[in-house]
Design a protein around this ligand. Structure first.
Ligand SMILES: NC(=O)c1ccc[n+]([C@@H]2O[C@H](COP(=O)([O-])OP(=O)(O)OC[C@H]3O[C@@H](n4cnc5c(N)ncnc54)[C@H](O)[C@@H]3O)[C@@H](O)[C@H]2O)c1
Length: 186
């Protein structure tokens, strides 16, 4: 737990742009820490260094998710992304939604839902309590532990999915990406 608290405080330093360096340095310290679950110890002993680091990072992320301290990001706040963001926030996570639509970001932050399944009365307390916020600024990725990508994948005339929205969002995410972040493509 000591290491995790140190990680959190250094993550906050990272808001000034140094997060990536801090996290990379910490990943080496995590190997020796007792924050790694006992079930991982035998495996870690037999692993090369790179795998040990990723196992330790995964264990820390898992602990953050279980304790609801993981900072969750949703990229694309549409019919899939907004309900997902709301469910994470209701489950106790602090959620940041990222969308290129200034209108959607404004409406989320105003507690004004545009998705039929989500009443504004559900959105308002989550926004007011700071559990859910939205932004167009992808630098928010610096502060996130997990990212769910929920951007459109419309079918082309050929019936192949148009991947350009995924590519565009991933390029933005990559500009601020850091080790230890879980990315899920919905
Ligand atoms: N809607 C459904 O019932 C459903 C069901 C299963 C799977 N899906 C899949 O989920 C994904 C999202 O679907 P949806 O219905 O929520 O789409 P949607 O069009 O309602 O929402 C997509 C959101 O992504 C935003 N966006 C577009 N490009 C972006 C970018 N580069 N960066 C950040 N945000 C961006 C848009 O502004 C929009 O708010 C699609 O791949 C879809 O195939 C949807």
């Amino acid at each position: 737990m000591l290491i995790l608290r140190e990680l959190q405080s250094r993550d906050r330093e990272g808001a000034g742009g140094r997060g990536r360096t801090s996290r990379n340095r910490l990943s080496t310290q995590r190997v020796a820490s007792d924050t790694i679950p006992a079930t991982h110890h035998a495996k870690i002993g037999a692993m090369p260094e790179a795998e040990v680091l990723s196992t330790a990072t995964a264990a820390i992320l898992e602990e953050k998710i279980r304790s609801r301290r993981a900072r969750v990001g949703i990229v694309g706040l549409g019919y899939v992304g907004l309900p997902l963001a709301v469910e994470f926030a209701k489950a106790g996570f602090t959620v940041t939604g990222i969308d290129i639509s200034e209108e959607k970001v404004r409406r989320v932050n105003a507690g004004d839902s545009y998705v039929g399944d989500i009443p504004s009365s559900t959105l308002v307390p989550l926004v007011a309590s700071g559990k859910l916020r939205a932004t167009t600024d992808f630098s928010a990725v610096l502060e996130l532990d997990t990212i769910n990508i929920c951007v459109p994948t419309p079918l082309r005339k050929t019936k192949d999915p148009d991947m350009s929205f995924i590519v565009a969002s991933c390029e933005e995410i990559a500009r601020h990406f850091h080790a230890g972040t879980l990315v899920i493509l919905e």
